[in-house]
Design a protein around this ligand. Sequence first.
Ligand SMILES: Nc1ncnc2c1ncn2[C@@H]1O[C@H](COP(=O)(O)OP(=O)(O)OP(=O)(O)O)[C@@H](O)[C@H]1O
Length: 361
Amino acid sequence: MSDIRISGIDKSYGQTQVLRQVSLSIEAGEFIAVLGPSGCGKTTLLRCLAGFERLNGGRIEIGGETVSAPGRHLAPEHRGIGVVFQNYALWPHMSVAQNVAYGLKIAGIPRSERNSRVSKVLDLVELGPLAHRRPADLSGGQRQRVALARCLAMESRVVLLDEPLANLDVHLRGTLEEEFAAFHARSGATMFYITHDQSEALALADRVAVMDKGRILQFDRPEALFSQPQSETVAGFIGEGRVLEAEDIRPLGDGHAAASVLGRPVRLRCAPGETARRRGKIAFHPGDLHLTNAAEAIPCNVTRATYRGAYLRAEVMAGPAGDIPLSVNIAAPAALSRGQRISLALRDGWVIPDAAPSHPS
Ligand SMILES: Nc1ncnc2c1ncn2[C@@H]1O[C@H](COP(=O)(O)OP(=O)(O)OP(=O)(O)O)[C@@H](O)[C@H]1O
């Protein structure tokens, strides 16, 4: 079994602490993504897991075996891990087949078995006809598939992917997202995918760890990150999330709470343990705001309206003082113009828990 337990790891380079008490518990066969802005420590976390870095504290176990801990450091080649780097790390002087075979050769697999494994995995990733090409004569997507074939050939039970779609065009990214999902289904490997692109993370992963400044803020299913963020940072980071102040929050006992937002009564979702509070923060998305004629709506002034095909995107200034910027998507056909007064109703939102745990794991 290739479950991964990362427990309270710290990593510093000189005086700079890059990872702070990072803990993640990943089930065997799970596809998880680590999502965070540039410089938050994603690659460092991957390098620690792969064994390219030693820890300053904490422990990493893979399949029940301690691979990193104080006084213990298992070499990368003994961790049963495959890594797909952004630049694919292919040997330029070797053919596709030789690149895939190389790890097997180093591991001492006899030639006949090597050859049969290589041709099998190249067929799986549909590169059989290109087996004799050099990496320089392949497209970016094909090189990516060679890197995946290498993990398949090594029968890696854990595959780490470091921003594998960066630098590729939108069309190819879509195709390769499907490729990763298919690879995961076929291999049953535990996948650890790092990216700063939330659409990739949300589309591919069973669970996503949101990381900022060397810490894990929340490790959850994509839907939970979107609809039940545990902190303002996560709320603002996922899906154009917006955070606003709410007053007089009163839980109703059914997973909802009544509150006042921008001086208007609203009904929101909340955590089961939520208690009555005078003030708090709420999270919502542009799609939660709707045009309305209701008397209790939020008055707004349109500052910009942009045609987006299926909907019109409006930027408005809202609230009694007209000083709160909001974004709203209005279903087509719609016509709005700058300076127009409209009324919006907030139909959904989430009360951000007050004292958020760092993450559930
Ligand atoms: N070998 C190193 N020596 C010193 N500092 C380092 C080293 N490697 C990384 N850092 C620093 O650690 C921090 C985290 O870097 P890391 O590459 O892990 O971030 P990241 O989230 O992967 O960023 P990106 O998405 O830009 O690759 C950065 O401030 C970086 O400058």
